[in-house]
Design a protein around this ligand. Sequence first.
Ligand code: ADP
Ligand code: ADP
Ligand code: ZN
Length: 213
Amino acid sequence: MKIIMLGAPGAGKGTQAKVIAEKFGIPSISTGDIFRANIKNGTELGMEAKKYMDQGLLVPDELTVKILLDRVAKEDCKDGYVLDGFPRNIPQAQVLDKALEEQNEKLDFAIDVEVPDEDIIRRMSGRRACAGCGATYHVEHIPPKKEGICDTCGQELVLRDDDKPETVKNRLDVYHKQTQPLIDFYEAKGILKTVDGTMDMKEVSAAIAAILQ
Ligand code: ADP
Ligand code: ADP
Ligand code: ZN
């Protein structure tokens, strides 16, 4: 099963990607998480990516495409994967298509998690991420058992640098201009599925499960 998650920043792609991954025993792959891990480790890739991420801009395709293709070539991806945050523009989608075609493979579903812009800014200010394992929480909607501490690994939860309201506005602009066209792209391929991302996290998961079964 090969799935990509579409949706605005903060729509719940990562949250749902992890649920799907668990259910099907496949990895969920977030290009954002890969970049953040590189920033944390001070790699050259991380330093370069940070320049763009801090402004809410897309990291250039030359950097992004290679790390994604390397990642999906790994052994744990042989039965499929869920991509969260890739592709984010038409050129990235075309590269992925071509790479899959060369291996006689294809994507099964593109799941668009729909949340209006008004809700996004509110959601992002409450988002907290674990610096250790990448788990994501929300201070109101999806709180950890113990405030400020990750349920899974016990490390501290932090507000992401790019979740500040000014940066979120830029990210939403970038989303509408560059990423939203992917909805028509995958609709034309007949694999687009849309879910209402404003429902409770569990209800969104149930809607996605109904599509995937
Ligand atoms: P969110 O899930 O909130 O949309 P991500 O963690 O997916 O955030 O992405 C954070 C940032 O990482 C993006 O704003 C962008 O700068 C960069 N990024 C992640 N994935 C990609 C990609 N496929 N192409 C270009 N930039 C990306
Ligand atoms: P994305 O990967 O699309 O950027 P996330 O999965 O990180 O989005 O979710 C963004 C924020 O919204 C997080 O704080 C997350 O805990 C919260 N969230 C996710 N799904 C829901 C939901 N259905 N209702 C309310 N909050 C949610
Ligand atoms: Zn953790």
